[in-house]
Design a protein. Sequence first.
Length: 376
Amino acid sequence: MLLFLLLVFLPAVPIETEVVETLTDCPGYFVEETPPEIPDILVGGNILNRTRYKVICQTLEDTRRFLTLYDTKNKIPVFSAYRFIGAQPGRPKEDWKIEPQLEDTNDDINMRLLEDYTTILDNQAVDSDYRNNQSYDRGHLYPSSHAPNESAKLSTFTLTNAVPQSRTFNSGNWSQMERCTKCLMEHYCIRNRTVIEAFVVTGAEQSDEKLNDKMNIPSRMWSAFCCNRTDGVWMSKAYWGHNVPNGNVTESSHEEMTTNFGIQIFPPLCSVRQKSQDKTTLCKKKCKFLTPSVPPADKDETSEKTTFPPNTTPTTTTPPTTTKMTQPTTSITSRSVIKKKQEDCEETEDRNKKEIEEEENNMEGEESIMKRVFII
Ligand SMILES: *[C@@H]1O[C@H](CO)[C@@H](O)[C@H](O)[C@H]1NC(C)=O
Ligand SMILES: *[C@@H]1O[C@H](CO)[C@@H](O)[C@H](O)[C@H]1NC(C)=O
Ligand SMILES: *[C@@H]1O[C@H](CO)[C@@H](O)[C@H](O)[C@H]1NC(C)=O
Ligand SMILES: *[C@@H]1O[C@H](CO)[C@@H](O)[C@H](O)[C@H]1NC(C)=O
Ligand SMILES: *[C@@H]1O[C@H](CO)[C@@H](O)[C@H](O)[C@H]1NC(C)=O
Ligand SMILES: *[C@@H]1O[C@H](CO)[C@@H](O)[C@H](O)[C@H]1NC(C)=O
Ligand SMILES: *[C@@H]1O[C@H](CO)[C@@H](O)[C@H](O)[C@H]1NC(C)=O
């Protein structure tokens, strides 16, 4: 009889929820499934206040995309975590979505547009909360530029993945950092010499300030990645900056993040330090604005070689300083492969600049019309 009752009533209970109870219910986004340690919030994998902090297994088109630990009081994420597997170029024009299950756990598993929603949202920010203040963007934690395909890009446009971020910080050194880490991960995080894979966690530190009396304006933001390199050695890098106009981004290590922020982002295996870990020659250009500057390239080619996928093994570590319009003149040498890659990178940078302008153009209201006039 009991079994019968269970069978009858179980289907009424939602089997799938994407606002899940614990981080382990949303696997695949942390190095060795080990989540960060964030004092007073997340300790030993346990969320200390489960009323306030919600684990969102970010889902779009019935596919899980990434993970966010969301602070329903501050109405901003604590962090978003994702697996970087290489990225497609382009940025979709997209309306921002919300997370239905933060309001009603029986609602649909997929993030969706606000207009499809009829009740008032108590537990999260909505798009209109970000309007009327030109100083702050809806700053992505998991950026669209790090997503592998169109649907994955669309999934990053959810407000539970955004914080009020100083506009010039977002479009300046923070976006520079995103280009830099994308380049580093694509060149160095090649698992088993075949697949790009890195684990990234990006977070925001709460302050005492609010935007529109609703969302907390984070004082600092941080981002770190860890991966098992081609040669089987783990590598990690961390970056952080103050969320202020024209804010700078400082390169750090995940160990320094413990000293500086009191958080531990990755498990100890990401701490393995090797001399060659600092070789970021290929991405030097993309990382050039970051402080402290990337160590100068040394010419230790032999150990450098081991960090590249076979078909891009460089014959030189000196990046050409020619303009991006120069065509590779050498025949099919690895030098031209590298050169080609760098041209791709430069195109990406130009495209990103265009995207930033487009995003500014897309702002709602009269200011955007004025802005468009200025840009054109
Ligand atoms: C947990 O968070 C809720 C909502 O922010 C708050 O009302 C409650 O006091 C918190 N509980 C503890 C033990 O801090
Ligand atoms: C896009 O990438 C995700 C991984 O984030 C994958 O699950 C999904 O199948 C991909 N979609 C397409 C259309 O390739
Ligand atoms: C980034 O910060 C550096 C100083 O660290 C500054 O010189 C540079 O102009 C900034 N870049 C942008 C795009 O804001
Ligand atoms: C590594 O890649 C090779 C093919 O290049 C494949 O045969 C092997 O199964 C892969 N190993 C792992 C652990 O994925
Ligand atoms: C934007 O928000 C900040 C922080 O709340 C506030 O200091 C500033 O006055 C706001 N600007 C406008 C134009 O509302
Ligand atoms: C890193 O990857 C290599 C090659 O795939 C593998 O042999 C090694 O066990 C991995 N290292 C760790 C610590 O898992
Ligand atoms: C960024 O760094 C540059 C150079 O170190 C400095 O001049 C500038 O004031 C910094 N910007 C901010 C907002 O701290």
